[in-house]
Design a protein around this ligand. Structure first.
Ligand code: DGJ
Length: 761
């Protein structure tokens, strides 16, 4: 890690672990020279920016090269209106109505560590040796605008964190119409794009396609949240790069609201990638003396394919985005009552499930929706955060005590950002929701959204939730959010600031979360938005895990969890075993397979344990024991994806390896049975080729030749793993080349798992 600044040459060379990023100030414009594998720093780098003069219709304002247009200059923070016709990174409207500004380089500072982004989630450094930050200052004196580009490099991560600060020192108000977090111009277009798209219950499917000249890949959310449909992430992969090799460039936005990301190929074959707050329906008024800080974009370079990029994001987000006491702690195995009971429960039913969970080794009970107000369905009570004495006659505290007596911690579901029109809160404060005066208030799931851009609404939520969280021994909170925004307007905001509402909402939410998580540091928070509708780095800053999807079907989850792992670590993914037929897709899979899929995230159950047969209980107890053996590996190890559900048969495999490479956990999932299929060998990754490993199979898996969970449960040994390959250790080199042979699996939707441990031969 190092930042070299040669001001006489206008050159800035940023070295993060394993990567270099080079900026050359040209005629006052910070131009982008290079981003990729790390380079030695020497004086020759100042000649690396090649500017070719070309014929085009684009005007040519650059003084030193009379025929060079900004339209051809690769830029760090491109502006609008002075000859660059590509996508700008920002646009400002001055008091006279004009929309052009011209930012020119005005100086720099380099500071150790990483500054906090006031009011926004961001990656952090724990000490000054871990990171270094370059602030490049640009000025437009006519507008009175100062723009600071922030770049942080890291000693231990091949990442660069970028954001932008606008400060207005002019005399009349100025309106930002657009303020992206980062823009990078690549010299050519021999790349594929990769992004994560989906829908509710089908989140984050991997989409890859080549860039096309003259066209842009444009990703966005206009929903007021990062969305089920498109994740705030975009990558470029060099042609030929794959999971394990080749150059990959990731762009991930630390933001939970509407965003935009784009990759466009222009006339000279260059590619511009940008990411930030969605300019659609956004503007921000800057009065003289005011400033605006954009969210942060985290740029990751990998020379080791997509897998290398993902592992960098995983490590960085796990250790320097997530915070709090739970960051490095083993996450509890839970049972949640949502798919077990929906709204139909009482205290005795909950206690009965907890009673079954204790002997299985489950550690936490989560009471989901329906415990408050008069909520017997989804058509009332959001906002009335007091216990429903019809269902919980002795109250929450008493129920928590009953759950605790079964040996489980107690967790609670809330959906604080919402308000039901049928609620006491709405009857008292009908103007507290997002709405436009005189217009219909569009409901979704019979609910409206509280206007978190209003401080008094956030204060009310802070007080109310604080008293709920303090009212019982609550160690876990699931924070849900079940609709997208409509009628984005605030009763509290002046007409000229209405387009600030969606971002002000996010700032209000972040502030509320900061206050609550600081006041309740021991509570483990999990975010949720109808499953994965807000699975983004912004939420992970406050809550280290997210409910990955409302789709709990094991086979659908292969694609969802695989796609999610492109950016997010397994420790951030909630993954539960649910009942069959599955409630979302009606598919029937074995308990063994459901367990193996859920074990690749934060493991739990979401079904009525009182309905388990004895055989199912035996199997579940083995699963819980198995997960306890491997959870540190899954939650803190390096993930290697071995086989993609998006390619070929849909069969899927992945593995987790400890940092010292002495332990690994491998999971393989075969979707449909095939007669006379070739032998399946998994070429493992990330092991130490010089070490030998003993291999064991998961005792809770479905053994070959048997089709039922009864048979897996029939083995009464309490050991969660059993020796494989006759107990003979196998070399890491062999396992990574010849591979690990998967024994024949029978039936559809089958799976098997392996634990590897290094031994002295
Ligand atoms: C949506 C969540 O994703 C579910 O897990 C559950 O908590 C329901 N909301 C409750 O309404």
């Amino acid at each position: 890690m190092n930042i070299f600044a040669d001001e006489s040459q206008g050159l800035f060379h940023l070295q993060s672990k394993g990567t270099s990023y080079i900026i050359q100030v040209t005629d006052g414009y910070p131009a982008h020279v290079y981003w990729g594998a790390q380079l030695r720093h020497d004086s020759s780098l100042s000649g690396a920016l090649e500017l070719r003069e070309r014929s085009s219709f684009s005007p040519t304002p650059l003084l030193s090269k009379t025929t060079l247009s900004l339209d051809a200059l690769p830029q760090e923070y491109p502006q609008y209106g002075t000859s660059d016709f590509r996508r700008p990174a920002y646009q400002a409207q001055l008091a006279d109505g004009t929309r052009l500004t011209e930012l020119k380089y005005a100086g720099y500072v380099i500071t150790p560590g990483k500054p906090v982004l006031e009011g926004l989630p961001a990656v952090y450094a724990e000490n000054e040796d871990e990171a270094q930050t370059l602030e490049l200052t640009l000025k437009d004196d006519y507008a009175g605008l100062t723009v600071t580009l922030l770049y942080t490099v890291f000693a231990h991560h091949s990442a660069i964190a970028r954001s932008v600060r606008f400060e207005h020192q002019g005399e009349a108000p100025l309106r930002l119409e657009q303020a992206l977090s980062a823009s990078v111009d690549f010299a050519d277009s021999a790349y594929d794009t990769l992004h994560l798209s989906g829908a509710w219950a089908r989140e984050r499917h991997v989409q890859r396609r080549p860039l096309i000249p003259g066209a842009a890949l444009s990703l966005e959310s206009r929903r007021g949240s990062s969305s089920h449909q498109t994740n705030p992430f975009l990558a470029l992969l060099r042609h030929g790069a794959d999971e394990h090799q080749g150059d990959v460039y990731g762009f991930s936005l630390v933001y939970s609201g509407s965003f935009a990301a784009a990759a466009e190929v222009e006339q000279f074959g260059q590619t511009r990638v940008s990411i930030g707050i969605n300019p659609f329906d956004f503007s921000w008024l800057l009065e003289p003396g005011q400033s605006f800080q954009t969210p942060e974009a985290v740029l990751v370079y990998s020379g080791e394919g997509l897998g290398g990029m993902s592992r960098t994001y995983h490590r960085l987000y796990r250790t320097r985005l997530c915070r709090g006491v739970h960051r490095d702690q083993a996450r509890p195995i839970l049972v949640n009552n949502w798919e077990a009971t929906y709204f139909n429960f009482d205290a005795d039913k909950i206690a009965a499930i907890a009673k079954e969970a204790g002997p299985l080794g489950i550690e936490l009970f989560v009471l989901d929706d329906g415990w408050f107000g008069k909520r017997d369905s989804d058509n009332s009570s959001l906002g009335d955060w007091f216990e429903d004495r019809r269902k919980l006659p002795e109250g929450l505290n008493d129920l928590a005590a009953r759950v605790n007596r079964e040996g489980l911690q107690f967790g609670l579901w809330v959906e604080p950002e919402m308000i039901s029109p049928d609620s006491e809160l709405y009857r008292s404060h009908p103007d507290w929701c997002l709405h436009a005066a005189g217009r219909r208030r569009t409901e979704a799931r019979n609910q409206l959204i509280l206007d978190l851009s209003r401080p008094e609404v956030c204060d009310y939520l802070y007080e109310t939730l604080s008293s709920v969280f303090a009212s019982a021994p609550i160690t876990y909170v699931k924070w849900d959010m079940n609709r997208n925004m409509t009628e984005i307007a605030s009763a509290n905001t002046s007409p000229e600031r209405q387009k600030e509402t969606a971002h002000r909402y996010m700032l209000g939410l972040y502030d509320l979360l900061e206050r609550l998580t600081s006041r309740f540091p021991d509570i483990l928070f999990e975010s949720c938005s109808g499953g994965g509708g807000r699975f983004d780095p912004g939420m992970l800053f406050y809550m280290p895990q997210t409910w990955t999807s409302d789709d709990t079907d094991a086979i659908e989850r292969l694609a969802i969890q695989y796609g999610t792992s492109i950016v997010y670590p397994a420790s951030s993914m909630g993954a539960h075993v649910s009942a069959v037929p599955n409630h979302q897709v009606d598919r029937i899979t074995s308990l063994a397979t459901r367990g193996d899929v859920a074990m690749s995230g934060n493991f739990g159950y979401e079904l009525d344990l009182t309905k388990f047969t004895d055989a199912e209980k035996t199997l579940a107890a083995k699963q819980v024991a198995q997960y306890k053996e491997i959870r540190t590996l899954v939650q803190q190890g390096d993930m290697y994806r071995l086989q993609s559900p998006f390619e070929g048969s849909g069969d899927t495999a992945w593995m987790f390896v400890s940092e010292d490479r002495t332990e690994a956990f491998v999971a393989y999932f075969r979707v449909l049975a095939t007669p006379n299929a070739p032998i399946t060998r998994l070429a493992l990754k990330g092991l130490d080729p010089a070490l030998d490993y003993v291999i064991e199979t998961g005792a809770a898996d479905q053994p070959a030749g048997h089709g039922s969970d009864e048979s897996a449960a029939a083995d009464h040994s309490t050991e969660p793993f059993q020796p494989a390959f006759g107990g003979t250790p196998l070399g890491g080199d062999r396992l990574m080349t010849i591979g690990l042979t998967v024994s024949d699996l029978r039936g559809d939707y089958a799976s098997c798992t392996f634990r590897l441990r290094a031994v002295q031969r």
